[in-house]
Design a protein around this ligand. Structure first.
Ligand SMILES: [Zn+2]
Ligand SMILES: [Zn+2]
Length: 349
């Protein structure tokens, strides 16, 4: 079968021919129907020699959707996971039994590293292939008649902002302002989720007028250029109360500085983007409004993915996608890296 593999540190990923995998006991084989490309792949692909964290070669793709084609021994009888089922893959695989996993928070599994458990496309063979192995039916969510292409980005570009927003939901009451920095793959879903789940005014920040228009088209009330004047411009909108919650989907120093500059009393600063900025220099009694909290979530939980798929069935999420064939997947990554995509690149094998 064909697969998109990262083979040598520093070289672009390439399409190769590898053996079709066979599901072992407890595993499930999917025929991949859609696979999303993510900025965190780009981040990993730019890791220098010696710092690349996974064994090579590695099949990419941590957002996967597929049709169940073969059930490994002992996986029969799991609700909704029969041969032919249309599913998406919960990506942050954990051990399933530690305290975090017991809550469905496999993204924070305390044993995954020790046990050598890696997410697909981030250590285990991923979804950018004709077939993929899922290590447990627990990591599959049936999607019924939903379109795999439109739905696959929810497994990360949807799940990650959903998890981040849920942590701040009790604070985001009527009359508050919420700031979303970055309106790309994750940010544009975050804007829609905030509009659907909260009564807040949503202020989006991005770096071009075109992206600000896009942010408004998916529901942002206000859109502000993310530049050196951004704090002042946002403060003009929020007034002295500042923002009740700020979600930074970029995570580089300038955007984290903006986030800390616009957050108000009792506000949450949530740094989701995996840039290399840090907030520590600003957290301190005199550094922030009272009771500001900062957090750095990673991905989301299994129940949250089930909830998101329920939201998708309600038709309240419209994920912008551009589709590519598997042969064109290297081009999708090139455009992702050059910041030329609008919404999510989805590979359809
Ligand atoms: Zn990702
Ligand atoms: Zn665990």
């Amino acid at each position: 079968m064909k697969a998109l593999q990262y083979r040598k540190v520093g070289e672009p990923p390439e399409i190769v021919e590898i053996d079709k995998p066979k599901p072992g006991p407890g595993q499930v084989l999917l025929q991949v129907t859609a696979a999303g490309a993510c900025h965190s792949d780009d981040f990993v692909l730019k890791a220098p020699e010696g710092q690349f964290p996974y064994p090579l070669p590695m099949t990419l793709g941590h957002e996967g959707a597929g049709r169940v084609v073969e059930l490994g021994e002992g996986t029969e009888g799991v609700a909704g996971i029969e041969v032919g089922a249309n599913v998406v893959v919960y990506g942050p695989w954990g051990c399933g039994t530690c305290w975090f996993c017991a809550q469905g928070l496999e993204n924070y599994c305390s044993r995954a590293a020790d046990l050598g458990i890696y997410p697909p496309g981030l250590g285990s063979p991923g979804a950018m292939a004709e077939y993929m192995i899922v290590d447990s039916p627990r990591h599959l969510v049936p999607i019924g008649d939903l379109d795999p292409v439109a739905t696959v980005p929810l497994t990360d570009a949807g799940l990650t902002p959903y998890h981040a927003i849920k942590l701040s939901l009790p604070k985001i009451v009527a009359g508050t302002d919420v700031v979303v920095i970055g309106s790309g793959g994750l940010g544009h879903v975050a804007i829609q989720l905030l509009r659907h789940l909260t009564p807040a005014r949503v202020i989006a920040l991005d770096v071009t007028e075109e992206k600000l228009e896009f942010a408004k088209s998916v529901g942002a009330h206000e859109a502000v250029l993310s530049d050196a004047n951004a704090v002042e411009a946002v403060r003009k909108i929020t007034g002295p109360a500042g923002a009740r919650a700020v979600f930074d989907f970029v995570g580089y120093q300038p955007t984290i500085d903006t986030a800390l500059g616009v957050v108000g009393t009792q506000g949450d600063v949530t740094i989701v983007g995996i840039g290399d900025g840090v907030a520590h220099a600003r957290i301190g009694f005199f550094g922030q409004p009272y009771e500001v909290a900062a957090r750095t979530p990673y991905w989301g939980s299994r129940p949250e993915l089930i909830e998101l798929i329920a939201l998708a069935h309600e038709g309240v999420l419209d994920v912008a996608t551009e589709t590519f064939s598997l042969d064109d997947a290297p081009e999708a990554y090139r455009r992702l890296s050059a910041n030329e995509l609008r919404g999510r690149a989805v590979i359809v094998p």
